[in-house]
Design a protein around this ligand. Structure first.
Ligand code: ASP
Length: 351
């Protein structure tokens, strides 16, 4: 059986070249789509794929970006682009820089409702133009997952990151290495698939596929202002207060110690309580990648709970940020706070 895959090239190292081609050590910049297309050799013979750029939201196409420049406006444009092509393809591949790939994948998992086809993010640690690049393998694997009817694989109806030898749920993934080929991990969920000579899909972990494509829709509202802030030893009341008082900010991802702990200083905790009382949603996540927030485990965590900080379960900071922007773009603070700990897209393990 043949398959059709739409490949959307947003940018990232995969397609990068030195800014000064005469100086291989000059900083990397993204090359154009045609140049990337010419470097793709040995594409799978049974998958028909189209390569397009990221929509600019006004009928045109953006130049490829370093993912440091990708944000909520690009996430909604990407969701709209996938929705417009949804009926015509078996799956989608998003070529994206690794630096913020986990954020974009998490955001798309919320924007794409009742997804019944694979949306596979991939990129590479080395440009496709250099020897020993991981780009050809990552692209071939992503095409195999997205083109599942041709690859004779189960459909993975999710937003995933396919990188090195694993397929990870996008809203569970985090970048863990700038130097290793295996650049991503999902510390609180096993891989959805492992890629060796054979591709082994963990069917029991997959989200269920909607009965029909008709249920699919892409949501495009991402207007809420969110900040991602961190506790650290020595943080002062005035420092935290300044971060929690930025005008217009509706929600905060608060990176906490251990299992969701904070200093016990009542003045510091009161600053958090004031932010919550002012209608801001504060979600606790952990610096530590593995495990879940348990704010009652230590007295140092109970203080946060008493101030109305919402536990973020075992969500990554990336997923918590994307989820909070999505929630606060469509619900009021109380509704959003109530939904933070609810499993909406497989992003957390419900307690
Ligand atoms: N700076 C690059 C990016 O995120 C890194 C990469 O793609 O690996 O676009």
């Amino acid at each position: 059986m043949r398959a059709k895959v739409l490949v959307i090239y947003t940018g990232g190292t995969m397609g990068m070249v030195p800014a000064d081609e005469a100086d291989p050590d000059s900083p990397l910049v993204p090359a154009g789509r045609d140049r990337l297309a010419r470097a793709i050799v040995n594409p799978p013979g049974d998958i028909d794929w189209d390569l397009i750029g990221l929509a600019d939201g006004a009928g045109g196409t953006l130049p490829p970006l370093d993912s440091s420049d990708v944000g909520p406006g690009h996430w909604t444009a990407l969701a709209a682009q996938i929705a417009a092509a949804y009926a015509d393809y078996d799956g989608f591949v998003v070529l994206h820089g690794t630096d913020t790939m986990a954020y974009s994948a998490a955001a798309l998992s919320f924007l794409l409702e009742n997804l019944g086809k694979p949306v596979v993010f991939t990129g590479s640690q080395l440009p496709i133009f250099v020897s020993r690049s991981d780009a050809p393998g990552n692209l071939a694997n992503a095409l195999a997952i997205a083109g599942w009817p041709a690859s004779k694989l189960p459909c993975i109806p999710e937003v995933v990151i396919c990188f090195a030898d694993v397929v990870l749920r996008g809203n569970r993934a985090t970048k863990v290495s700038t130097g290793a080929y295996r650049g991503f991990a999902s510390p609180n969920l096993p891989p959805l698939a492992r890629l060796g000579i054979e591709i082994a899909v963990e069917r029991a972990l997959l989200r269920s596929r909607p009965a029909s494509d008709a249920a699919f829709r892409a949501d495009r509202r991402l207007t809420a202002q969110i900040m991602d802030i961190s506790l650290y030893p020595g943080i002062t009341v005035s420092q935290l207060d300044a971060m929690l008082s930025v005008p217009g900010v509706q929600g905060y991802v608060l990176r906490c110690f251990g299992a969701g702990n904070a200093p016990g200083d009542p003045a510091l905790l009161a600053v958090l309580g004031r932010a919550v009382a002012a209608g801001r949603v504060v979600v606790a996540v952990k610096h530590c990648p593995e495990g879940a927030v348990e704010m009652g485990l230590y007295a140092a965590g109970s203080g946060l709970r008493h101030q109305g900080v919402v536990p973020g379960a075992d969500m990554t900071a990336e997923a918590a940020l994307a989820k909070l922007i999505w929630l606060l773009s469509r619900y009021d603070a109380a509704e959003a706070a109530a939904l933070v700990g609810r499993d909406l897209r497989g992003e957390l393990t419900a307690g």
